[in-house]
Design a binder for this molecule. Sequence first.
Ligand SMILES: [Ca+2]
Ligand SMILES: [Ca+2]
Length: 101
Amino acid sequence: MLLLAAVLFCCSAMPVSAKNSSASKPASTRNDADGDGVKDKRDKCANTPKGVAVSADGCPLDGDKDGVPDYQDKCPRYAGTTAMFGCPDKDKDGVADNVDV
Ligand SMILES: [Ca+2]
Ligand SMILES: [Ca+2]
């Protein structure tokens, strides 16, 4: 019971200190935890690595829409699989088409 009270106290006190620390930051990084320029409220991918190009909803761009973001996609212009790092593997032999002979 004592522990529960401590947890409640800790968490109810948290937003106040968080508010204070964010107020001292420049407006451009305020409420944007990953610093991609999309505010956390609208950011559907709040943990985008630094320097990655993102869409309006804050998610990394995925030009070929294969579910592998361009920055991790070895074949950003061809829809592929996650296992092949975004490259297609038409014959499903585990070797991506771009290196398969
Ligand atoms: Ca963001
Ligand atoms: Ca791809």
